[in-house]
Design a protein around this ligand. Structure first.
Ligand code: BGC
Length: 764
């Protein structure tokens, strides 16, 4: 009782101190707004690219070293009162001391030369570590982290990234990506947590906690404001290409795309960035229904709504829903946009918006509403008191401690897809040929958003870390491990072109080796440069694989990919296949520890690995995808043709499942279902297994998905050990969004399954 009273007291204290902080913020911001001119308000709603105010030939490109240009900065930050700056110069990472110097200068100009002394809010894309800071800790990309099936890795990444972003004097991060990564063709699948809505939700929430802290107190100098993106439905395009049209019915949007944002909003996410594409013919930046009715009113989002890159302009230039630039501004701001990532021609946005308010086309209430949210964010980040954090206060920046967390995430994510005759792990000191374009560089291990937007500078910045070849040479001895690329990426500005280096040399070296480690995959890319016309692996890589296979030596195929590129043609020739995705700076080391058996692989696919280019469907397809004629009269292609299923991944141990039990067989809507199962490590070494609970609604008023992931738990099991795992699943979580866009659980039978065990229950 005493303990209870004590906790109640603390809870009341926290509530009342939050309340008084809330009142203080409200008073401070209202007071400020009451003194602001229209121009000052519109300036707060404007975000520019750093190149616009840096020294250099023009506003699109800057000179090195990075330095703020006084007259350009005064024009933007003082004459036009711009309230936010983003990005780096020329897409290049900078040292923390350079960030400190430049952001200090920006704040000095903005705060000393404007009558109200409002600080600038600086934002950056730091999506798997602090992208644009030299020396920052680079974690695996989100898709890789999802493959660990351990949300703690997302938390670790975000809290280290928050710390190192603040060490770079930046308080606002355009991350996490909460998009559903359901299309392997889409150039940004690697930025997501994969194809399953539950994985995206669980990992997304951990990212918010890591960035903003458990208490969402972002005045904490180790925390940043998160930015959920890209609201909403960004990846569900028809063409599979970036920023192209999507057609999504409301109930599909609710059930598969919006939930991850809903959960992140509940977790306290401070800001959101809008989908740069269009849904049902409406550019999302012009969609009042999505931004106001859904995001603000239904989901209760209180924070700042930011555009994506140049997206107001695109309502006129690209999407043709506004006849002029000015009309584009009117549509977007009235649809609910608070801040415009202009990011270059800020004068026009500024003048247009001022005029629109003067002409009564945009109300002052709408402006005040936007500015209030922006100023509240600045207040919460403590920018009025402490506008710049100093790298000298961040002793853990790029530390061993941070590196170890990045290594851990990589080692738990790497996914063993095939292991004939237990060829892995490899003991002793065999002769190994490492071949392929991804075998000896840091660039492809990291992917895009690493030291630069497209990731092309990584080898310059991350040269101290180990490539796959270097890590294997460290492990098995420099004399035993050789590297011959065979084919490589062509560095001519094209992201896909390949050249043949010397396939014959690779083949002759292979015949002198005991094993071939063939590292294939993709070069780095994101956004439009990553659009794809052919999901197959490049033909030169296929050629290299086939030639090496002719030597008869065992090949271990390493897939270093941002999305599942098709390998069906060469799969039969491979003794083992390991998907490392984009594992970051410690991917080489983690892989070599899996090779030697120091680490027992435990990653599982966060997406379906397709076998053919015309069979690209996630695991939660509708039953009509499988329609083989039962009389055998026709042989339909209509089978689900995956190379590897969602949730699949091997281990050096074997796990056996038994005794699936459910506490009842009849349930009411407000009940919770208890499902337990025994999992045994029947192998000879310790390992980790992810236990996955699926449900199938057997009949429903809308055709149900064949199955849906409802819960998961990654557990450690010693060799020979057995554990009983119990899930508690509220019946309400079996719901789907019906044709009235309502989440419902319809009465009837459901099948619950774990591994290959299943049981039916009835919901009354
Ligand atoms: C991307 C966003 C990113 C923004 C700022 C856009 O092109 O779509 O994800 O946050 O640029 O760099």
């Amino acid at each position: 009782m005493k303990k209870y009273i004590h906790s109640l007291f603390i809870l009341l204290l926290v509530i009342s101190s939050n309340e008084s902080l809330g009142n203080e913020k409200e008073k401070f911001v209202n007071d400020l707004i009451s003194q602001m001119t229209l121009e000052e308000k519109v300036g707060q709603m404007t975000q520019i690219n750093l190149t616009v105010i840096a020294k250099g030939p023009n506003r699109f490109s800057s000179s090195f070293p990075m330095e703020i240009d006084d007259s350009r900065a005064n024009k933007a930050l003082v004459d036009f009162k711009v309230g936010s700056v983003l990005n780096t110069i020329n897409n290049t990472a900078q040292k923390p001391s350079v960030w400190f110097k430049n952001i200090s200068k920006i704040q000095k100009i903005a705060m000393n030369n404007n009558r109200l002394g409002i600080p600038v809010i600086y934002g950056i894309d730091a999506i798997h570590g602090t992208t644009y800071t030299d020396g920052a800790t680079m974690f695996p990309q989100q898709i890789t982290t999802a493959a660990s099936w351990n949300p703690e890795n997302a938390y670790n990444m975000a809290q280290v990234c928050a710390y190192e972003t603040r060490a770079s004097s930046i308080p606002w991060n355009f991350s996490p990506v909460l998009d559903l990564g359901l299309d392997p063709r889409f150039p940004r699948q690697f930025e997501t947590f994969g194809e399953d809505p539950l994985l995206v939700e669980r990992f997304g929430v951990e990212m918010i906690k890591g960035y903003q802290g458990f208490d969402n107190n972002v005045s904490n100098k180790h925390k940043v404001a998160a930015c959920m993106k890209h609201f909403v439905g960004y990846h569900a395009t028809i063409s599979g290409k970036d920023r192209t049209p999507a057609y999504i019915p409301d109930n599909v949007l609710s059930e598969y795309h919006i939930e991850s944002f809903k959960k992140a909003i509940e977790a306290g996410a401070k800001t959101v960035m809008i989908n740069s594409g269009l849904i049902n013919g409406i550019p999302v930046h012009a969609d009042y229904n999505l931004l106001i009715n859904i995001l603000r009113n239904k989901l209760g989002f209180q924070g700042v709504i930011l555009t994506d890159w140049e997206d107001i302009r695109k309502l006129h230039n690209r999407d043709k829903v506004a006849k002029t630039q000015k009309e584009a501004v009117k549509i977007a701001i009235n649809a609910g946009i608070d801040m415009s990532m202009v990011p270059y021609e800020y004068e026009q946005f500024f003048n247009d918006l001022v005029e629109l308010v003067e002409d009564g086309e945009v109300s002052m209430d709408r402006i005040d509403d936007a500015v209030k949210r922006i100023l509240e964010l600045k207040f919460e980040l403590d920018l009025f008191q402490n506008p710049v954090t100093n790298y000298e206060d961040y002793l853990d920046f790029g530390s061993k401690k941070h590196h170890q967390l990045a290594y851990k995430a990589a080692s738990e994510s790497i996914t063993l897809l095939k292991n004939n005759n237990n060829i892995l792990p490899i003991k002793g000191k065999p002769r190994i040929l490492v071949a392929g374009p991804n075998g000896n560089n840091m660039r492809t291990l990291n992917g895009a958003w690493s030291y630069s937007w497209q990731g092309e500078l990584t080898d310059k910045f991350a040269g101290d870390f180990n490539t796959i070849f270097e890590a294997l040479a460290n492990k098995y001895g420099k004399d035993n491990v050789k590297y011959v690329s065979g084919v490589s990426y062509k560095e001519n500005g094209s992201y896909y072109d390949m050249v043949e280096d010397d396939i014959n040399k690779a083949v002759s070296e292979a015949s002198k080796s005991d094993y071939i480690v063939l590292c294939l995959g993709e070069n780095t890319y994101t956004e439009k440069p990553g659009d794809l016309n052919d999901l197959n692996l490049h033909q030169l890589q296929i050629k290299l694989a086939k030639k090496l296979a002719e030597t008869g030596k065992p090949i271990i195929l390493i897939l270093n990919i941002g999305r599942p590129r098709l390998i069906t043609d060469i799969e039969p020739f491979m003794s083992a296949i390991v998907n490392i995705y984009l594992p970051g700076n410690f991917g080489g080391d983690a892989l070599s520890d899996i090779f030697s058996g120091k680490v027992n692989p435990s990653g599982k696919l966060p997406y379906t690995y397709p076998a053919y280019p015309n069979s690209l469907i996630p695991y939660y397809f509708k039953p009509s995808e499988v329609q083989n004629n039962s009389q055998g009269a026709y042989n339909y292609v209509g089978e689900v043709n995956n190379l590897y299923d969602f949730g699949f991944g091997l281990s050096y141990s074997e796990f056996t499942y038994s005794n699936l039990e459910i506490n009842n067989d009849q349930f009411n809507l407000d009940d919770s279902i208890k499902i337990s199962v025994n999992v045994k490590n029947s192998g000879k070494i310790d390992g980790s297994e992810t236990v996955q609970l699926y449900s199938s609604d057997l009949y429903a008023s809308l055709t149900p998905d064949v199955k849906r992931l409802r819960d998961f738990d990654k557990i450690e099991l010693k060799a020979g050990e057995m554990k009983t795992i119990t899930f508690e699943l509220p019946v309400s979580e079996l719901a789907f969004a019906n044709s009235d866009n309502q989440f419902v659980v319809e009465s009837g039978k459901f099948k619950l399954s774990i591994d290959n065990l299943s049981k039916e229950i009835t919901v009354r």
